[in-house]
Design a binder for this molecule. Sequence first.
Ligand code: 2HA
Ligand code: ZN
Length: 313
Amino acid sequence: AVVDKIPTMAKKTLIVDIGSWTIDIMPVINKSPDESKCVTIPKGLITCMNRLLKLYLMCNDGWEQGWHERNGGNLSYRIKDEEVAEVKEFLHYENEWKPIGTKVPGLASEYFLVTGSGKYFRNVIIDPEDSICIIELDEKGENYSILWGLVNGGRLTSELPSHLMNHEVKKGVTNVYHAHTTNVIALTFVLPLEDKVFTRELWEMATECPVVFPSGIGVVGWMVPGGREIAVATSALMKEYDVAIWAHHGMFCSGEDFDLTFGLMHTVEKSAEILVKMLSMRPDKRQTISPQNFRDLAKDFKVTLPEKFLYDK
Ligand code: 2HA
Ligand code: ZN
């Protein structure tokens, strides 16, 4: 990255490249790199913060599921204080502050890993520093500053307001994930856009579902994406649920770690796939899981299933 700058360097220059995997140090004497004195320290941002590797893998898993065509989808991770302390030396604090597009005072001065706007999930694992970044929020929770990543420029995900407002209402959560899940999107054209319908129909499609998302699923009717308005609507639902469907667009999930968040998205989408298959075979069910079956399941699995979803049809 600095080869073209070598002719302009002073007589003795020390190049320190703080990378994702290693720190490389190389002296340049009289505009000539001295490779014999080159040192590689096996310490990089990824080795110091293994959550970063988990984020790369999760983006790749979502890509392989077919949920991230082109630049579709986005992901954020709320970095824990101890993780920030481990990577402080890799962060650049002189960058400008930019408006978030909404106010999240409950997240003041917090750090997040987020995907970039227009970046492809497919490329995160290939070129993470181009595709994602670490940001810090200001003490009012109104502006952010990029501390690492997006090295070739670019902006943060257009859904930053939705991500941060969801994090704000979900204090125990570290991950918020948005994907363009094919079967859930298909269902938003044929089912009524009601929380109680989506929850009940998707619960019925696999016995594990009510155990994986016992609080249910919220549904946002079609809205213009990428701004504060849809973020307000989504975060209002996320106070009650861990899953929100965006009609004709996709889904938002939140969770306490990467595995739970991806697993939740995967479970809901798989259930939607079964429902699409079932509806393709016949419009009604010959047999299904009954409200009493759900109550029995809740007792044995020690989950609370709100009665509002166990209505008679
Ligand atoms: O392109 O998914 O909702 C990223 C998106 C916007
Ligand atoms: Zn989207």
